[in-house]
Ligand binder design. Structure first.
Ligand SMILES: [Zn+2]
Length: 78
């Protein structure tokens, strides 16, 4: 059981942005990937940039954000 308070506002912001970007991506399929993570400045591996169109976060930040996104915006309820 994970408490909601465990979610830091920082990570929550990543999740919000990720969710927003997912919505934008649906409209803009030609989105450009960043070479560095928007959140922590870490270099994003080329393989990831090629695999994920419009990728803006490194794997670590993306995973973190995805977990929080699932919690904040549960899928399959709309
Ligand atoms: Zn990062």
């Amino acid at each position: 059981m994970v408490d909601e308070a465990d979610i830091s506002s920082e990570v929550e912001e990543i999740a919000r942005r990720l969710s927003l970007e997912a919505a934008l991506k649906r409209q803009n399929t030609g989105a450009e990937s960043l070479t560095e993570c928007e959140q922590c400045g870490e270099i994003i591996p080329e393989r990831r940039r090629l695999a994920v169109a419009g990728c803006r976060l490194c794997i670590d930040c993306a995973r973190k954000a995805e977990k929080v996104t699932e919690r904040l915006y549960p899928q399959g309820q709309g």
